[in-house]
Structures are given as structure tokens and as C-alpha cells.
Write a protein that binds this ligand. Structure first.
Ligand SMILES: NC(=O)c1ccc[n+]([C@@H]2O[C@H](COP(=O)([O-])OP(=O)(O)OC[C@H]3O[C@@H](n4cnc5c(N)ncnc54)[C@H](O)[C@@H]3O)[C@@H](O)[C@H]2O)c1
Length: 445
């Protein structure tokens, strides 16, 4: 049976959640406090780049199953389910900032008039679902109402760039709850995408909240560990790529998240590792591993600029550098905590001139970078991949976008002033990518 669903927050997670549940035949209203975002979405313009999302949003808008509004008061039909999918950024001290989640809880308490399941999809520390429960109860009390509701934790595991597929074909769905009524509604909701019920794991609310942090922390740990091994391999003349292949074939280790690179970024790993550190410290647990993971990542984001300085010297005045890839990973325009931001800052400090190109992330990057870099002509964005190589002394490859995989060497040789490449990706064989005319610096090889 089609459900009436509200999704609070129309960002990377909320928009995908809303669009996918509408695609499955439900009636979905997405709410966002950002009026501009909602006005664009009402017209079918997406505020983010996510492969496949635009066509699902457009077709469900046309089918009248998907609506975009700026407040709960505008929701037409009482929902059976309200998702909270608002941001949970890092606070100044590194802990997760819950202000948006708690504001959403107040809004829900001021609005509901029937039983509903409030589902926390945002990544939140243990105990937040219980805070949401208390806030909703307090708001209902102020209204003199005793409406039954349940708060459920249902952390999201989608990956930007593959979000639709991850959502529609999830490896697993984790649901923390303690009510039979909520369990039956959640089973109905997920039935179309989990015909195999073993994909749904029910547990207590705090266990579900914690599962999300532990998942992200272990993936960040694998990356930081391999980054550290890459640095060691480089020093002792071992090719990390062969090591990666060698260890990845061990089923106990697996191939995922063992590619070394120029540091992890994005909206999740950095903030979730930080939040877990704070959670541990609050409980008097010394998070030795998590702190090292973070510290390695801090240094890893500076590996490319260090190599550039070692090659060209500390003063980069008159050095022109082409950068390919700005997004924190391919398949998205998300620039949050992207390694490219650190690279640009380190190069700007040393007075380099930069010409950058990214297939989709340049508008998002423009919003995050200081205008004065562009005004002074120190940084420019190229319209095409090869325009970024015009008269450069080096090319820096940051993001593993497919069009950067095997570049056109003839064009590069014509365009580049000096044939020097710094490769932060390490997913491709440099021997196949460049020839002997290039000076090539990889990571861990
Ligand atoms: N981005 C990912 O890949 C990803 C994956 C899994 C989990 N998560 C988690 O999902 C949550 C959302 O992440 P995101 O990347 O989608 O964030 P986002 O910043 O892209 O979107 C959050 C949206 O919430 C809106 N908002 C804030 N307060 C609101 C309110 N009271 N009512 C309605 N809207 C409100 C903001 O305007 C914004 O558009 C976070 O907790 C994040 O850790 C993200």
C-alpha cells in the first residue's frame, strides 16, 4: 500500500530518499528550509549532481507523487512516516552539531495530529533519537495533545555518485526501534526493495545509531592505513599497487577501501570520525586509533603539495599548475572536505597560478573558494579538461573521474610547458597513462 511520507531536508540524502520512495509509488513531500533550493526543485532543477536523480525527480513531479515545500504546514496529507534527513555537520569542537535535527524535532512536535513514525536518517550520536522523542512529547504537551508516535533510527549508507543504486539495491538496511507498530510500517515501507528480508536488520535504537559511525570509521581507517603503507612503500621502493592487489585478494581483507590516495574527504568520513572521537572522549575512552586515522588523513591531504614543493621549490611564483578533479570523489559535485581544497590552499600560499577543471564540481567549488583568488587571476576554471593544461609546468590529478583515466598524451605534450605529473589517485597504471617524456610522481610507487 502506498504510504504518505514526509522527508525533512532535501540535500544529498533527503532528496534521494524522497525521490526513490516516490518512484516506488508512495506520496512524498520533501521539506527544506532553503527556499531557493525548494523553488528550484519545484521547477525540476536539481541543486546537486547525482547520476540518475534528475529523471526520477522530474517523472515523479509530473506524476504528482513528489512535492517540494518549505514547511510542514504546507503538507497536504497527514504522513504515516516523517524522515529527518537534515545535516549533522561538525561543531566547533568536532562533535556532531545536532541543531538541525533538534529543530526538525520541534517542528514535528508542533505539527503532527495523528500517529506517525519519526525516522532518523541523519547520522546522529547515540541518544539523539531519545532527545527527539522528548522534544516531540514536550511540543505535544504544550499543544495539550497526547498523540502516539514512535522514533526509529534508520541510518543511511548510500554513496554519493551511486546513490540511486545504493538506495534501490541496498546491501543492508539497519533499523533501530522498540515498537511493533513501527516495525510493521517500516517493513511495509522497505518491502519493495528488500524482498529478501535478511537484508533488514532490526536492533535497538542506540545500536543502530552507533552502527553508522562504526561503519564510516572502519572505512576511514582502512583508507588511512593504506595511505600510511603507501608512504612506507614509496620510501623502500615497493609498488603499493602490487601490494594492494596482493592483500585485496585475501577474503579476510577484501578489495574495498584499500586504494591509497590523497586523503579521504566528503560530508561523512571526516565529520563522523571527529564525532566518534568526541563521543569516546566524553565517555572517558581514549580513541587512540581514531585519532591516528584523522592525523594520517591531515598529512595525506598535503602529500601532493609536498611533492610539488620538493620538485619546484618553496616559492611557486611563475609556476603554472593544471589541476584535474576538484570533487571529493568521482560521480558527485560535493566539495565538502575535498582534498583539492587543501591542495589549492597550499599552492596559493606559495603564489602558484592554477588552472583547474572538474566535469561537474566547478560551480560548487566556486562557492567555497575565496573570490580574491579568482579576482587576482591566481585561480581560473577551464571549460574543458585540456584547456587547464595550457602552458602549465605540471598537471595534478586529484579525483578519479573516468575521462582522466588515459589522457591524450599528444595533446598534453603540445600544451604543457613542462611535462610533470603529480597523481593523487593511484588507481591507474602510470606506465599505461604516461610515457618516458613525463616526470611522474604517484603515491606509493
Ligand atoms: N551525503 C551523504 O553521502 C550521506 C550518506 C549517508 C548519511 N549521510 C547523513 O545524512 C544527513 C544529511 O546529509 P546530506 O549530505 O544530505 O546533507 P545536506 O547538507 O546535503 O542537506 C541537508 C539539508 O537539510 C536542510 N535543513 C536543515 N534544517 C532543516 C529543517 N529544520 N527542516 C528542513 N530542512 C532542513 C538544509 O537546508 C539542507 O538542504 C547527515 O547526517 C549525513 O551525515 C549523508
Amino acid at each position: 500500500m502506498a504510504l504518505n511520507i514526509v522527508v525533512m531536508g532535501a540535500g544529498y540524502v533527503g532528496l534521494v530518499t524522497g525521490a526513490c520512495f516516490a518512484e516506488l509509488g508512495n506520496h512524498v513531500t520533501c521539506i527544506d528550509i532553503n527556499k531557493e533550493k525548494i523553488a528550484d526543485l519545484q521547477q525540476g532543477f536539481l541543486p546537486i549532481y547525482e547520476p540518475g536523480l534528475e529523471s526520477i525527480v522530474t517523472s515523479n513531479l509530473q506524476a504528482n507523487r513528489l512535492h517540494f515545500v518549505t514547511s510542514l504546514d504546507e503538507v497536504q496529507t497527514a504522513p504515516q512516516i516523517i524522515f529527518i534527513a537534515v545535516g549533522t555537520p561538525s561543531d566547533k569542537d568536532g562533535s556532531a552539531d545536532m541543531q538541525y535535527v533538534l529543530e526538525a524535532a520541534h517542528d514535528i512536535g508542533k505539527y503532527i495530529s495523528h500517529y506517525c513514525v519519526i525516522v532518523d536518517k541523519s547520522t546522529v550520536p547515540v541518544g539523539v533519537a531519545s532527545q527527539v522523542d522528548s522534544i516531540v512529547k514536550a511540543e505535544l504537551k504544550k499543544r495539550g495533545l497526547t498523540i502516539e508516535f514512535d522514533v526509529v533510527s534508520n541510518p543511511e549508507f548510500l554513496r554519493e555518485g551511486a546513490a540511486i543504486d545504493d538506495f534501490m539495491r541496498p546491501d543492508r538496511i539497519i533499523i533501530g526501534l522498540s515498537s511493533k507498530k513501527a516495525k510493521s510500517i517500516m517493513l511495509d515501507l522497505y518491502h519493495p526493495i528488500t524482498r529478501n528480508p535478511e537484508k533488514i536488520y532490526f536492533m535497538n535504537v542506540p545500536d543502530a545509531e552507533m552502527s553508522k559511525y562504526v561503519a564510516n570509521a572502519i572505512l576511514a581507517t582502512k583508507i588511512s592505513f593504506m595511505n600510511e603503507m603507501a608512504i612506507l612503500c614509496e620510501r623502500i621502493g615497493v609498488d603499493i599497487e602490487n601490494v594492494r592487489i596482493g592483500i585485496g585478494s585475501d577474503s579476510r581483507i577484501g578489495n574495498a577501501f584499500i586504494y591509497p590516495g590523497c586523503g579521504y574527504g566528503g560530508s561523512c568520513f571526516p565529520k563522523d570520525v571527529k564525532a566518534l572521537i568526541k563521543m569516546a572522549e566524553k565517555e572517558g575512552v581514549d580513541p587512540l586509533i581514531l585519532r591516528s586515522v584523522e592525523e594520517r588523513n591531515y598529512h595525506q591531504k598535503r602529500v601532493l603539495s609536498t611533492k610539488i614543493v620538493q620538485h619546484f621549490g618553496e616559492d611557486l611564483t611563475n609556476i603554472r599548475i593544471g589541476v584535474w578533479g576538484l570533487a571529493f570523489k568521482p560521480g558527485t559535485d560535493d566539495m565538502r572536505e575535498a582534498s583539492s581544497l587543501v591542495l589549492l590552499e597550499e599552492l596559493m600560499k606559495r603564489n602558484a597560478t592554477i588552472q583547474a577543471y572538474d566535469p561537474v564540481a566547478m560551480p560548487a567549488a566556486k562557492k567555497m573558494l575565496p573570490n580574491e583568488w579568482f579576482d587576482k587571476g591566481q585561480l581560473s576554471f577551464a571549460e574543458h579538461q585540456y584547456d587547464a593544461l595550457d602552458a602549465v609546468d605540471a598537471l595534478v590529478l586529484v579525483t578519479e573521474w573516468k575521462p582522466f583515466c588515459y589522457p591524450d598524451l599528444t595533446a598534453m605534450k603540445k600544451l604543457m610547458r613542462q611535462k610533470v605529473i603529480f597523481d593523487g589517485r593511484n588507481q591507474y597504471d602510470p606506465k599505461q597513462m604516461v610515457d618516458a617524456e613525463f616526470v611522474y610522481y604517484g603515491i606509493g610507487r
